[in-house]
Design a protein around this ligand. Sequence first.
Ligand SMILES: Nc1ncnc2c1ncn2[C@@H]1O[C@H](COP(=O)(O)OP(=O)(O)O)[C@@H](O)[C@H]1O
Ligand SMILES: [Mg+2]
Length: 412
Amino acid sequence: MGETNFAALAFTAGEIFTPGSPINGRDLFAGRLDQVNRILDAISQRGYHAVLYGERGIGKTSLSNVLSDFLHDAGRTFLLPRVNCDAADNFTSLWRKILQDVVVTEHKPKIGFSPEQVEISKNIVDSLPDQIAPDDVRRALDILAHGVTLVLVFDEFDRLTNASARSLMSDTIKSLSDYGCLATVLVIGVADSVSELITEHQSIERVLVQVPMPRMSADEIRQIVKNGLTLLEMEIDENSLEEITHLSQGLPYITHLLSLHSVRSALASKHLTVSSTDVEAGIKVALEQWQQSIKTAYYDATKSQQPGHLYKEVLLACALADVDELGYFTAAVVRAPLRTITGKQYDIPNFARHLKEFSEPGRGDMLERVGGTRRLRYRFRSPLMRPYIVMRGFSEGLLTKGQMYQISNHRD
Ligand SMILES: Nc1ncnc2c1ncn2[C@@H]1O[C@H](COP(=O)(O)OP(=O)(O)O)[C@@H](O)[C@H]1O
Ligand SMILES: [Mg+2]
């Protein structure tokens, strides 16, 4: 048996745990079968289209990247062009971008009397007018969808600010459906609801398969860690796996970030098993690498001259509080985690002021506040704020492992 090359493994770990980029292949893709199947369903039925929406970092792009593997397994010949929308795009530029690499091959008889044929490849974009309209798109896709499963992926659709482009996309989906075109449009974006993403979605509701992307289950998160470690031929002890799982809060982005740095810590001390010491070290590195805006907001929110001011504890309790499907929580649900963290019977009047201040610029402006006085609800402006706060609290000893499990077990 050869010597383990720890440096090489540390390098490979960076290709397996990729907080900075989406998954590209099935071997690293965990869970999400329900969402995959619903999209495959839309693809397999003429006239149906799909929209995939949810938080940033939840795994939308990754899912769309592995669709080709699933289609391949189903024995389909497919074409899956994709485009990332941006603020500068209009309807024409979007379709030009997504179709620019798509080539059609025509067979024409050779000039003269020979029975041979010549193949002519031409870019489908060349046949489109300068200003593209929904009908042009439908005609082009009709040609392309011959004999192949054609799926057009529009990612980061939330960044498309051009109102006419958005409404023309809805018209296009409607027209593709009305004419029974075989192509499928898949729209992906950061949103709370479909109506936020798709203009006039009622008019295409019947033909649009809506797939919300929820946070991952604890099992799916564990799977990500285990898949990666198996590929590295490494292991993790049960405790450390649970730590990473809890700290991830269902966000695969966090799982990748923590796994990568924990694995590298183990390898740095020439171990092939990740232990709690490594997760601790991994958390430290992860916290440092967090985007500066979040670190600054945390600092602003928790700074205070007064002793016993509770800002850190209340913020941590907010980050651990139960949220509804849109990420909102109430003051009432902050109580339980705050009591667990502090061991004291704090009640809403003890921390109502903190919640209010967290929703204002003076304290980082990190909470968004909605609803009237009777139905006040709060939500972290950035979804990455919650895991950051929990990890900070854990790393600074504000939250012990036992407390963390107690709080999240009550939830499951
Ligand atoms: N099903 C999955 N299995 C393993 N890792 C995933 C999965 N989904 C997402 N990830 C990881 O989570 C992070 C965010 O994923 P991404 O697809 O970019 O999210 P989104 O497009 O929703 O912002 C990436 O690091 C990606 O590798
Ligand atoms: Mg994405």
